[in-house]
Structure formats: C-alpha cells, structure tokens
Design a protein around this ligand. Structure first.
Ligand code: ADP
Ligand code: MG
Length: 630
C-alpha cells in the first residue's frame, strides 16, 4: 500500500493527494528511470497492451451492463503526438479507472511475490535486466522514455475523472480532472534525447512490430496502424514467428520468448481454437500458492476471463495464451464455469494436445526438452497424483537425476539399466544434490552398481506413494529398512569388505544399544547394505519415509515427536567392531557412546541431534579419549 503523504488545496480549488510508491515499485522505477533496458521502445507495447486489456474487460462487462458503453461500442486506441509540447498520448475507450484504482494499479504491484522479487535486484544492470525480463514491468516502463507521466481516466459509468501524475521518483499525485469520454489517456512528457518517439513513422513501425496482433484498432493520424484482428483467428501460415512472440508477451504479460507455441483449431462436437505458449523461463511466482493460470478464455472473440481455473489443471499453470470457444454462452457466470460440460471437454482436449506436443518435442529435441523440464517439471509432476488418467503419459515425460550419471534420465532408460536380480526402482528423496549423493543409504547400492533416482523436488514426496510403480516395478526408497540386495551380484571392482575384515559378533552390542537407547529408537539391527558409514537410520517397513516425514513436519502437517526409527549398524565398520570387542572385554564404552551413535545417524539424515549441546560435549569427550593421555 502506498503511503498517504498529504493533501494539498490547489489554486483551482481541486484537491491533490500526494502518495509514495510502494517500496518495490520504487525500486523498479529506479531501474526504469536509469533505463537499464536496451529496447526502450517496448514502453509503447506495454501501454497499448494495457489499453487493449481495458477495452476487453469493458466489452465483457457490457454484456451484462450495456449502459456502460453509453452508445459507444467501437473500441479503439489512439496515439497522438504533440511535437511542440514533446508529448505522446495513448488513449483508449476501455473501462477506465477511478481514484482508488489509479492509486492501487499505478502505485503498487499486486502480484504476490513482488517483494521477494524486488529483493533480488542488485543494482547490477546485467542481473537486473535478466530479472526484470522474468517479472515484466508493464506500465512503469513508460519512465524509460518519459520524465513525467500524466494519466487521466474516467471509469465507464462514472461521472468524475481523475488524474495521476508522477516523475517516477518516489511519489505520485492523484487529483480530480476533466475528461469527457470514458477510458484512459496516458500522456508521456519525453525526456531529453528521446525525440525519435515524436516521429510518427517511428511510432508506426514500433506499433507494427510489437502490437500488430492487438485485436483493437490502434489509430494514428486518423489511420489504423495494426492488423486489428484476433491473431488466433488468422491462418497459421500467415503468421510470422515474431508476431507469435509479441502476442505471447501481451497475453502472458511476459518478457521472454515462448519455448513452445501451439496454435490449433478443434472442430467436431464442440468447437474452439487455442493459441497456447510454454514460456522459456520459469515465472518468478510459479510456486506461489495463490498464483492462478494465465490462460485467457474468450467466447466468440470476446474476452471473458483470465481467471477460469477450470480451463486447465493446476499442473499446467505455466501455460500462457488464449482459448476461444464457439459453444459457450457470452454471459458466462462464475457459477456456470464450474462443472460446465463444454469447459470440461475443452480442458481434456487441451491437456491431450499439450502432452502430445511435449512428447513430440522430447523426441525431436532432447536437450531443449530437458531445459523445459528443469523449469516446469516440478509443476508437471503434480499431475502424477492429481490426475490419475494422465499418469502414464506424465511418467513418460518425466526426467530424473540419478546416481548413474550427470545427465537426466527417463524411467524407461532406468529400467533398461536395471541390474540382473533387481526388481524395484530405487530412489532417495531429499533437497540437495550433494548431500543426497553422499547419503549412507546409497552405500549398498553403489557397491552393487544399482542406480538410484535422486528425487529433489518437494512434489516427489506426494506422487511417488500415489503412483507406486512404473512398468510393473515398485518405487522403493533406499531409506527404508529391510531392502534385500542379496540377489544382485556385487560390482566387479568392489572388494567386499566382509572378506578382509573378520566380523566381530555384534549381537550383544545390538542388545545393549536397544536397552540403552530405549524409546529413542524403534529397533537396532545389523545392516546388510552399509559399506562405509558406521550407522544409519531407516524407516521400518510400513512406516513413513524419513524425508517425507521431515517435510510434512516442516509444513505443519504433522506434529508431535518424530516417529521412532530403526538404527542400523554396519557390522564391518571399525567403530562397530571396536565397540563389540570392548564389550567382550567387559568395558562400558558402548553404553556411553550409544547416544553419540544415534546422533551421528541423525546428522547423516540432515536432522539435528536431539540435544545439540549434549551432543557437542559427548563428541568432545570421545575425541579427547581418542588422543594420547598426558
Ligand atoms: P499488468 O498489465 O501486467 O497488470 P501493468 O503495470 O501494465 O501490469 O498495469 C497495471 C494495472 O494498471 C493493470 O493491471 C490495470 O489494472 C491498470 N491499467 C493500466 N493501464 C490501464 C488502462 N489503459 N486502462 C485501465 N486500466 C489500466
Ligand atoms: Mg500491462
């Protein structure tokens, strides 16, 4: 919320209210005023895009409230240049804005995550241009070329008009104003050195380049400059790639290039056309819980809403573009959108098309597809548990990190590489690549060259249990106790530790630890799979995966103490053998060290010791004992 800084009585008796921009807007404006962006001309694209959106919104509202149009249904955008005053004005007869809307829309950025975004701005031009590219700046880009911007607007149906004015440096003012027609005029007072934008020829070419696809006529000097027909209604072979790109930027409020463009017409029982895009880079708010899909729904060329969650499933929320239906009624209400059978079929059709196209891309350009997967894979994977019907298709599209190589792998390729005697697909879930790859849970698998998938996205904890298997093979977490790798031969270059180190009897050690650790563990067992670490914690068969439990706890889904784990001992490890021998010799070291063993296993899991201070003291004592006494 911008701060209210003061109200002044002006000479003409009208009141002027001065406000500060929201802090994040201030930082973005700083960037604009210092013009880090090389293509300054895009300010015009942004202002025309806003004007077109305002017309689209009014056209829709006028279906239910025709009086809003006041007899003028010919939507248009006008650009006027005043060379003497050195101004350009972009005027529309769209829905307009009242006082509060001017303050809200042009003083704040309502998108959630904006603050987090602004925090990433560093003042380093290169970094910031790249970030702005993902974020988009819209209206504020006017300050790249203007030293002062004045917006005068009259909301459709309202009697009064208001003016918003700012030099982009911290503050803006709002006051009453005169404006006869409804809609908004944005007037830019150009800065020194920006005179090229006073040349009509230059402006026309900018409109042609960036706004040709806008379906509302853009007029200059009495002529319409753009094509002024909806781009998705034109035949594909008449559309240039650049036109698709600029359309994508307009509908998606995006600054990057589309990675995938899907333009189609569905004919049959229901008819609709679609122009859909997959962005190249991940939008900054992709994982924001209140972020909605950015698809726009049109009915017979009339914009209806960009808030129709029923149009595509949430796991395709990165899609941008428009869907234009011939069968839905124009006066579509929110209630009618829900459970609408036509919408339902459109949605199924879109899902099928998008997944089919992704499959084609994956086959034709594996590397490009992996870049896509890196950006949007975690979102697509949500479909694995939300949409059982698409499970198979999504499992084919999924890519994974694994212990086999640095590259991404498919599940099919994993199955192809499975070792003789291996029956399950093994995975380890966790956050960080390096920590995961060094986990004690992997030791037995490495020794037998059994590949393990590294699942690093929070969503993996949900789909794996829901999906359960692929190609008849179970997904099994390596942090689960009781995995028997005995049937899989050791890798050739692996010297089985059992052969060099005679195994001391650990049975009495196990019994002692059980008694000493008591309730802190569910059980203590010798481990078949550990080769390097002394101990690890595993979930007992039938218990919840360790990582899943940690994650649910972090999100407040479960509370209370951690469930009890099984402590596994590596019977071949020096420490375990030493403890077994010291017990046999009648010493009580094992009982003293028991809590340290458990804490060690917790730390290897990325968990904290139960009592960190006690842990540190015990560790210091143990280290001191290992050094020569005086
Ligand atoms: P975006 O278009 O991505 O929402 P902008 O910064 O371009 O962001 O615009 C901010 C908001 O200001 C718009 O969402 C809209 O509500 C309002 N706005 C901007 N220009 C106009 C206009 N010409 N008519 C009506 N509203 C407008
Ligand atoms: Mg905009």
């Amino acid at each position: 919320m911008p701060g209210r800084d003061g109200t002044d009585e002006r000479a003409d008796g009208m009141s002027e209210e001065r406000r500060a921009f929201q802090a994040e807007v201030g930082r973005i404006l700083d960037l604009m005023v210092h013009s880090v962006y090389s293509d300054k001309e895009i300010f015009l694209r942004e202002l025309i895009s806003n004007a077109a959106d305002a017309c689209d919104r009014l056209r829709y509202r006028a279906i239910a409230e025709p009086e809003l149009l006041d007899g003028d249904a010919a939507f248009r955008i006008r650009i006027e240049v005043d060379k003497d005053a050195r101004t350009i004005a972009i005027a529309d007869n769209g829905e307009g804005m009242g006082r509060e809307e001017l303050v809200e829309n042009l003083g704040t950025i309502a998108r959630s995550g904006t603050a987090a975004f602004a925090d990433r701005l560093t003042g380093d031009a290169k970094n910031d241009v790249a970030l702005i590219g993902q974020f988009g700046v819209g209206f504020y880009s006017a300050f790249m070329v203007a030293e002062r911007v004045r917006v005068v607007s009259r909301a459709a149906g309202a009697d009064e008009a208001f003016a918003w004015e700012s030099d982009g440096r911290g503050e803006f003012t709002v006051s009453e104003a005169e404006r006869e027609p409804r809609g908004t005029e944005v007037r830019l007072h150009l800065r020194e050195g920006e005179d090229e934008f006073l040349e009509p020829a230059r402006l026309r070419s900018v409109v042609k380049t960036y706004s040709d696809h806008i379906a509302i006529p853009v007029e200059m000097e009495g002529e319409t400059v753009n094509e002024a027909s909806a781009l998705w209604t034109r035949p594909r072979n008449e559309i240039e790639p650049e036109q698709y790109t600029e359309f994508y930027r307009h509908v998606g409020h995006a600054f990057d290039e589309p990675w995938l463009t899907l333009h189609f017409r569905a004919e049959g029982v229901i008819e609709y056309s679609g122009l859909l895009f997959v962005p190249t880079s991940r939008p900054f708010d992709l994982f924001n819980p209140d972020r909605k899909s950015a698809l726009k729904l049109y009915v017979k060329r009339v914009f209806i809403t960009d808030d129709a969650p029923e149009l595509v499933p949430a796991w395709l929320r990165f899609l941008r573009g428009v869907v234009d239906s011939e069968d839905l009624p124009l006066n579509l209400s929110r209630e009618m959108l829900q459970r609408n059978p036509v919408l339902r079929r459109i949605r199924d059709g879109l899902v099928r098309r998008v997944l089919g196209e992704l499959k084609t891309k994956a086959e034709a350009d594996g590397e490009g597809y992996e870049t896509f997967w890196e950006a949007f894979g975690p979102v697509l994977k949500e479909g694995l548990y939300e949409d059982a019907g698409q499970r198979e298709a999504l499992l084919e599209l999924a890519r994974f990190r694994s212990t086999a190589s640095e590259d991404w792998t498919t599940l099919a390729a994993y199955v192809e590489r499975m070792r003789e005697g291996q029956e399950a697909i093994y995975y380890i879930a966790g956050e960080e690549g390096a920590a995961l790859a060094g986990s004690p849970h992997l030791e037995g698998f490495r020794a037998r060259k059994v590949e393990v998938l590294l699942l690093q996205d929070p969503v993996d904890d949900f789909w794996v249990p829901a999906v359960g298997e692929y190609d008849g093979k179970q997904f099994v977490s390596v942090s689960r106790g009781g995995i028997d790798l005995g049937a899989i031969p050791l890798a050739e270059n692996e010297t089985p530790k059992e052969e060099n180190e005679p195994e001391a009897d650990i049975a009495s050690l196990v019994a002692l630890l059980k008694v000493t650790l008591g309730e802190a563990v569910k059980d203590v067992r010798g481990s078949e799979t550990l080769t390097e670490s002394a101990v690890r914690l595993v979930a007992d068969e039938g218990d919840m995966d360790l990582h899943l439990e940690r994650m649910l706890r972090r999100h407040g889904q479960i509370d209370g103490g951690a469930s009890r784990r099984v402590l596994e001992l590596n019977p071949r490890h020096r420490l375990v053998q030493g403890l077994a021998r010291s017990m046999a010799a009648g010493e009580d070291r094992a009982a003293q060290l028991a809590p340290l063993l458990l804490d060690q296993a917790r730390i290897a899991e990325g968990e904290a010791p139960e009592d960190p201070a006690a842990f540190a003291r015990r560790l210091a004592d143990a280290l001191a004992d290992s050094l020569p006494a005086e």
